[in-house]
Structures are given as C-alpha cells and as structure tokens.
Write a protein that binds this ligand. Structure first.
Ligand code: AN7
Length: 352
C-alpha cells in the first residue's frame, strides 16, 4: 500500500470530512525498532518508536497535518505558535505546503540549531522573545484570541487528534496488541495526552484488547508535574522539554492515573547517558529530550520496576531526530583527528 500520511490512513478516527483539504507531507508510518540492548538490560521486550523519521524530524508532524488541514478548511491565512523548536519547524513546513503564513515565537537563544534553521528556511516569520517558552505560549494564546489568528500549539485540539495516531500505529505494528508500558518524554504534556487518547479510542473500537500503563519523564530542572508546582525558570540541556507550566498538565495526570502509570524525572546526566547509549549501541540518533524516556526506564530498571522474563512489551517513543541539535552531538563526542594525505599516516591513525 502506498502511504499518503496519517489522515488518509486513520481518517475514520479523525475530525476530517470529505471536503477537508488534506495538507500532508506523508507523515507517520515511522519505524518501530526492537532494541536488543535495552531488552537484555531490562528483561522485557523494548521497542523504539522512531518519530524522528517524520518529514520535519519530530512527532509534531502528526498533529500539524490535522491542524493545518482544519485551518485551511476554515479559511485561515495565517497560523501562529510558540515553540521550544520542533513545533515551529513543523508549523513552518506545513504552512509552506498549505501556502499560508506562519509566525513562530521562540525563547531567544534557547532552541536547537536544526529547528531554528527549519523554521527560517520554510519561510516562517520567526520572532525571538525575551522570555522562556511558557511566556511565549501565554503571549501567542493572547494574540490568537484577540486577533483571530489560528493557534497551532497543542492547545489546539486538532493537534492532539493527529498525534494520537502514533498510538494506533504502535498497536498496528505490534499486530493488533497494545504494549504493556508506553514510555515518553513530557514537556508541554500534549503528546502523553494524545497517546492516551489514541490507545483509549483504539480500545473502544475493539482494535486492541488492552491499554498500556503510561510512563512519562520530565527533566529534573523542568519537572513541574513531578514536583506539583509551576517551575518559573526551568533548566535542562534538553531544550525541547524546558517547560515549567505545561498546557496539558491536568490531562497528563489523568493519563497517568487512569492507566496506572507514573510520571518521573531524570537528570541531565542520565539523559545524556541514554542519548549516547542509543546512538552508540542501537544506531539510533535522537535529540536529548527524546532520550529522557530511555533514561527513565533504565532508572526504573535499576529499581526492579519491570519483572524480568514476564514477557511484557515496552514501547519508547523517540520524539525527535538527533540532527535537530548538532551542537549537542559535537559537544558530547570526541573531535575528529586530522591526518595528512598519506596512506601510511592514515593506517597509523586507524591502528592507534
Ligand atoms: C523532541 O516544539 O513543546 O509533552 O514547542 O520537541 O507534547 O510537549 C516540543 C516538545 C518531547 C514534549 N520531545 O512533548 C515545542 C515543544 C521533543 C519535543 C517533547 C517535545 P509534549
């Protein structure tokens, strides 16, 4: 079957009609890769849902195809969002495809290079705010409301409808079974809300017999849900999830509680360890935020959270591609060694 994106594939579960113009870059259908090393370490079957392979390199594309399709259907000429980077990259690309304008408000100096490049090259109007993501979101919500501009952050329910298709795909890729544990990073908490919605809808439709326990991880310096209070100045190297007051806070807690799951936190050191582990052992390059979930299950594993040999299935969503944040990759690896253009010198360097 030729893949035409998530709206075409999961239309019956989405708020689109026959006259909705489908704005798509053929997002979705991302690989679910078995992780031998994590499975060996934890004693359960761990699969990696590689969302970095979406058209703009993150899971945001699932939401953006629905948000932009509905915006165009409603006659919008301009969309706006605040972003830690990936939302802006995706909004910029899908707006370009739709032929409408896009404004993004980013925290100045605080988004990864790849994401900034994307927003700029797709022709969005990029405004760098003196303030963090939470402030930027507050401002665009106000501007959208006052000026009738379509907001495409995940407070737009169409975004979550699109993102819930990640759960459908996981179940389809596991041959009609839901995983026992679903693991992911949590920032603004839209995606954990969307995945729980997806699993619940698939369950209700009889496509799967069970639903997973939802397990989310925040970065220690940006863990409002874990700490139970707004973090005024969130800090973490995982800039994508540097968020102190998540918009979908309540629904993330509902996903956690209804599923019998948990939301925990991991340190930047643990995130970077998982980041290097995925790249070096599994051949999967993710951005730091995406490694938070893997860092989290490694931490849970040490506490014997998973019953070794139970046959349980764990799915970890790797939310964004490693190329998003090249600065981090270079900072966490050895510099290349210079060699003269002589065979003996090259062989000497190879053997060294
Ligand atoms: C790679 O782009 O909030 O909990 O503005 O880019 O649904 O917010 C990004 C979030 C995880 C957290 N992993 O998802 C934005 C933005 C990556 C991300 C998250 C984000 P949510």
């Amino acid at each position: 079957m030729i893949w035409h994106g998530i709206i075409e594939k999961y239309r019956e579960f989405l708020p689109v009609g026959p006259r909705t113009p489908v704005v798509t870059l053929n997002e979705g259908n991302t690989p679910l890769v078995f992780s031998k090393h994590l499975s060996d370490i934890l004693g359960v079957a761990v699969h990696l849902k590689c969302e970095g392979l979406n058209p703009t390199g993150s899971f945001k594309d699932r939401g953006m195809t629905v948000a932009l399709s509905k915006a165009v259907e409603a006659g919008a000429r301009l969309v706006i969002c605040a972003s830690t980077g990936n939302t802006s990259a995706s909004a910029a690309a899908y707006s370009a495809k739709a032929g409408i304008g896009c404004v993004v408000l980013i925290p100045r100096g605080a988004i990864a290079l790849g994401k900034l490049s994307q927003a700029l090259v797709h022709g969005a109007k990029v405004l760098a705010l003196d303030g963090n993501f939470d402030k930027a979101l507050q401002m665009v919500r106000e501007i959208a409301r006052r000026h009738g501009i379509t907001l495409v952050n995940s407070v737009n329910p169409y975004r979550l409808d699109g993102q819930k298709t990640g759960a459908f795909e996981v179940c389809d890729q596991l041959d009609g079974r839901a995983p026992d544990f679903h693991v992911m990073p949590v920032g603004n908490a839209g995606n954990i809300t969307a995945y729980w919605k997806g699993y619940t809808e698939y369950h209700r439709a009889g496509r799967v017999k069970t639903r997973p326990r939802m397990i989310g991880f925040q970065a220690e310096g940006a863990a409002p849900i874990v700490r139970g209070k707004i973090i005024a100045r969130p800090v973490t190297i995982a800039s994508a999830i540097r968020i102190g007051n998540p918009a979908s806070w309540k629904s993330a807690e509902a996903a956690r509680d209804e599923s019998g799951g948990l939301i925990g936190m991991v340190s930047d050191r643990e995130i970077l360890e998982a980041y290097r582990f995925l790249a070096a052992k599994e051949g999967v390059f993710v951005e730091p935020a995406s490694a938070a979930g893997v860092a989290g299950i490694l931490k849970l594993g040490k506490k014997k959270f998973f019953r070794r040999g139970s046959g349980a299935t764990v799915v970890c969503v790797l939310t964004g591609h490693g190329l998003k944040d090249p600065d981090r990759a270079l900072a966490s690896a050895k510099k290349p060694k210079g060699v003269p253009a002589r065979l003996e010198s090259i062989m000497k360097a190879i053997r060294a």
